[in-house]
Ligand binder design. Structure first.
Ligand code: ADP
Ligand code: MG
Length: 466
């Protein structure tokens, strides 16, 4: 068993770039707090909701201090009061090194895997392993690249020579096919300062040598200039990278694991694989090669989980590697899914008891206006003051989300009539084109006979309100 974990692979994960999507919360760049964790009125895309933001900041501080493990926070409040936005702000404020995993409660009802498997994966996405490795690299300024291109066109070059120097020495290296390809790919030329990882052969361009700064005009303003390295060409270097337990699981669970990570099609992971990985990580920790970095798992719309999931959460939080759990809901007292019992927020009392509860409040008209301003800027939409006033009034009477949606629509309408700016008429036009919930409900009540399934039993009527 002991040597079973020997083959645990992590190296490949270093190359993974995380893809970020933009969308409803793309304007949020942090929590907008000052050093004393007080919320600035408008900062980092965040407006108002001062208490909740401050609370989120305190939790972040506890995570950074490493004091909080297996703790959980509930963000509770009406729809559109910024619960998801605050969670995104926390993610941004945490930075790259700390894992932040996000899921919606409903995601666990996928056909592909059991509910507990889905939750286990989510937990492991939120636990980072910081791995320290010593690698040998070659670091120097490129003096010359010589490649023997074969006479027959189309055939790949077979051989070449690369001359590198530091301030003290110069050496010529023979190049194989693979190295020639990577040099081509990185567009390396004489005057670049590069590093070559001796094990993987990976080439990284650090910048142009200062000695070449007179080429500045030819290189463009983006060029970064660096000093020619000193000392030996060969160096030992400690590199640190953070991968999540989930990434290690996937890569080790099947042969095409690395690709599965990109596709998101990971399937269920066998418990033996996880056991092996946990053992290996424990070993690394003892040897001082790795540290655990507990991150944050955010479960939005947590009332969509059922009683089995809640009991899983209860137990998972007791694990000493548990991440900080942040959940959000807009429900009041309602049935716990999978039971006939009612409970605040649809969450069982034993789990509720472990949660620090933070509430969000509805926005004032002024705050609404500020959020709409930020969204207009984010979507690159020019809007007259009058149009913004109207949009703000609409938002106050309907919902923040509805008014945010109208921005894009109104911009399209304005564009159609070849105006660079959204004016009042564009707003009124899209307001009559797209209904908000209230008007849509009104419409249903008036015309319900013409729809299928028009009977709404009393029980469900309150569920429809949000
Ligand atoms: N305090 C805030 N500052 C800036 N934008 C906000 C704020 N609160 C909400 N928003 C934006 O308003 C929209 C709705 O908020 P959201 O976080 O989805 O609400 P909830 O999750 O509470 O239903 C989102 O686009 C969100 O980014
Ligand atoms: Mg939300």
């Amino acid at each position: 068993m002991a040597e079973g974990g020997e083959g645990v692979k992590v190296a490949e994960i270093k190359d993974l770039t995380r893809i970020e999507r933009i969308g409803a919360h793309s304007h949020i760049r942090g929590l907008g707090l000052d050093d004393a964790l007080e919320a600035r009125k408008v900062s980092q895309g965040m407006v108002g909701q001062v208490n909740a933001r401050k609370a989120a900041g305190v939790i972040l501080q506890m995570i950074r201090d490493g004091q909080i493990a297996g703790r959980a926070v509930l963000l509770a409040g009406q729809p559109g009061t910024g619960k998801t936005a605050i969670a995104m702000g926390m993610a941004k404020a945490l930075g790259e090194e700390t894992p932040f995993a996000m899921m919606a409660g409903s995601e666990i009802f996928s056909m592909e895997m059991s509910k507990t498997e889905a939750l286990t994966q989510a937990f492991r996405k939120a636990i980072g392993v910081k791995i320290k490795e010593e690698t040998e690299i070659i670091e120097g300024e490129v003096v010359e690249i010589e490649i023997d291109r074969p006479a027959t066109s189309g055939a790949a070059p077979k051989m070449g020579k690369l001359t590198l120097k530091t301030t003290e020495m110069e050496t010529v290296y023979d190049l194989g096919q693979k190295m020639i390809e990577s040099l081509d790919k990185e567009k390396v030329s004489a005057g670049d300062v590069i590093t070559i990882d001796k094990v993987s052969g990976r080439i990284t361009k650090l910048g142009r040598s200062f000695a070449r700064s007179r080429d500045y005009d030819a290189m463009g303003a983006q060029t970064k200039f660096v000093q020619c390295p000193e000392g030996e060409l060969q160096k030992r270097k400690e590199v640190v990278h953070v991968v999540t337990l989930h990434e290690i699981d996937v890569i080790n669970s099947r042969t095409q694991g690395f690709l599965a990570l990109f596709a998101g099609d990971t399937g269920e992971i066998r418990p033996e694989v996880r056991e092996q990985i946990d053992m290996k990580v424990a070993e690394w920790r003892e040897e001082g090669k790795a540290d655990i970095v507990p991150g944050v798992l955010f479960i939005d719309e947590v009332h969509m989980l059922d009683i089995e999931c809640f009991s899983f959460l209860n137990r998972a939080l007791e694990n000493d590697m548990a991440p900080v759990l942040v959940v959000a809901t807009n429900r009041g007292i309602t049935k716990i899914r999978g039971t006939n019992y009612k409970s605040p927020h649809g969450i069982p009392i034993d789990l509720l008891d472990r949660l620090l509860i933070v509430t969000t409040q509805p926005y004032t008209e002024r705050e609404l206006r500020l959020i709409l301003d930020i969204r207009c800027e984010e979507e690159d939409v020019e809007m007259t003051e009058d149009a913004k006033d109207l949009l703000c009034k609409i938002g106050h009477e309907t919902s923040l989300r509805y008014s945010i949606h109208l921005i894009t629509a109104a911009a399209l309408v304005a564009h159609k009539r070849k105006s660079a700016e959204v004016e009042v008429e564009d707003i009124s036009k899209v307001y009559s084109m797209f209904l908000d919930v209230q008007r849509s409900t009104q419409f249903m009540v008036e015309y319900q006979e013409q729809f299928m399934f028009n009977e709404v039993p009393d029980d469900d009527a309150d569920a429809m309100e949000d």
